[in-house]
Design a protein around this ligand. Structure first.
Ligand code: NAD
Ligand code: SST
Length: 383
């Protein structure tokens, strides 16, 4: 496809709360192993919203204008000479971070830990809210015929959940508690179920999120109370009849009270996984970790095999990512979509690529009032 002279409209963050649309040059295929993709749909992640609001996450600071977005699916429009696995017209989920492939972490199979990672919409690298995107072919995953491009945009957060849930080492029949019922927590709950968990308990501070969790993947839910972490933990164990405690507990909230309760919910010898990213430092119940011999793991993004497994879970109908999507907005309404996510009015909203036609609107099902109350009380663990 000839892309010379084509428009490549992109959604650019200049500085906090200052965004614009820019027509950038269509990127060139610079390696014979790369492909050029027309982006069809992009989801908004909490980290995109955080950059939009604050211009930084930890030591990643937006110093120059940066294109936002990293949860995308698209259609191949050109391939480099060495590409054998993809052809023009293939629909793909985009894995948005490219490691160096040479360092000790890459060579040991943990490329998500590569210090040279170039991750979309993490400064200084541009993101995928753009018309055309170049990528190494092996970081573009062909979607099966039964998986739509909109579902394809949800593969990124699902891969995050796959990676988190893998660390929890769930065996068939085990019990799992997931703290937080935002997109990542909901997807962890669904993956835990797909891994064979017999009970999956979703915990949140917003009732409507728990209602949705019950309809999505949770077998039990618990509305966290303003009581001690120990008491919340006892209540969770009682509510789901977890006996000595849960075999595995995943934090997908990043909130300190949730992390504290998690260490009291997990059984002796159980697994705890930190998926949520909240404050850098918190008070952590280290005695519970020690005395119960809990195996605790961190989880960051995704690595070998996670994208493929995420796509299989969708293809096999084990995780219905469509249910998370409240609506699709045209590219020109990207800022409006960011506002909706910020206000907690949606679970997942997709922004159509600049060359995509969009029908329909937004379905806002989340209990906005409760969420605002929670945010005002400082309980939310968003990064
Ligand atoms: N580890 C990774 O690679 C990775 C990748 C993406 C996102 N994240 C992080 O995962 C977390 C979840 O992402 P998300 O997109 O679902 O975010 P989100 O903000 O939509 O979801 C967080 C949920 O936690 C709930 N919550 C807040 N305080 C709570 C408490 N005390 N107890 C129980 N629940 C509570 C909120 O109501 C919300 O539903 C975020 O912290 C995000 O930064 C991590
Ligand atoms: O899904 C990937 C995550 O959004 C990113 O790693 C971000 O949260 C930190 O850079």
């Amino acid at each position: 496809m000839a892309t010379d002279g084509k428009s490549n409209l992109s959604f650019v963050l200049n500085k906090p709360l200052d965004v614009c649309f820019q027509d950038k040059p269509v990127p060139k295929i610079n390696s014979p192993h790369d492909v050029l993709v027309a982006v069809n749909y992009t989801g908004i992640c909490g980290s995109d919203v955080h950059y939009w609001l604050h211009g930084a996450i930890g030591h990643f600071v937006v110093k120059d204008p940066m294109v936002l977005g990293h949860e995308s699916a698209g259609t191949i429009v050109a391939v480099g000479d060495a590409v054998k696995t993809l052809s023009v017209g293939d629909r793909v989920a985009l894995e948005p971070g490219y490691p160096c492939r040479r360092c000790v972490h890459c060579l040991s199979g943990h490329y998500n830990l590569c210090p040279e990672m170039r991750f979309a919409a993490t400064p200084p690298y541009d993101g995928t809210l753009t018309g055309f995107w170049t990528a190494p072919a092996d970081f573009c995953y062909k979607l099966p015929e039964t998986v739509s491009l909109q579902e394809g945009a949800l593969i990124e957060p699902l891969a995050v959940a796959v990676h988190i849930t893998k660390q929890a080492k769930i065996q068939p029949g085990q019990t799992v508690v997931v703290m937080g019922a935002g997109p990542v927590g909901l997807l962890c709950a669904a993956v835990a179920k797909a891994y064979g968990a017999s009970k999956v308990v979703s915990v949140d501070i917003v009732p409507s999120k728990l209602e949705f969790a019950k309809s999505f993947a949770a077998t039990h839910t618990y509305l966290s109370q303003r009581v001690s972490p120990e008491e919340n933990a006892r209540n969770i164990i009682a509510a789901a009849d977890l006996g000595e405690g849960a075999d595995a507990v995943i934090d997908a909230s990043g909130a300190e009270p949730s992390i504290q309760a998690a260490l009291h919910v997990v059984r002796q010898g159980g697994h705890y996984v930190q998926g949520g990213m909240g404050k850098d430092n918190i008070t952590f119940p280290i005695m519970a970790l020690c005395i119960k011999e809990v195996t605790a793991s961190g989880s960051f993004r995704y690595g070998s095999g996670d994208y493929r497994l995420a796509i299989q879970l969708v293809e096999q109908g084990k995780v219905d990512v469509k249910k998370l999507v409240n609506g699709v907005v045209p590219f020109k309404n990207a800022e409006e979509a960011f506002k909706k996510v910020k206000e907690g009015e949606v679970i997942k909203i997709l922004i159509a690529g600049p060359n995509e036609k969009v029908e329909g609107g937004l379905d806002t099902t989340v209990d906005e009032k409760k969420l605002k109350e929670a945010k005002a009380s400082g309980e939310s663990g968003c990064c």
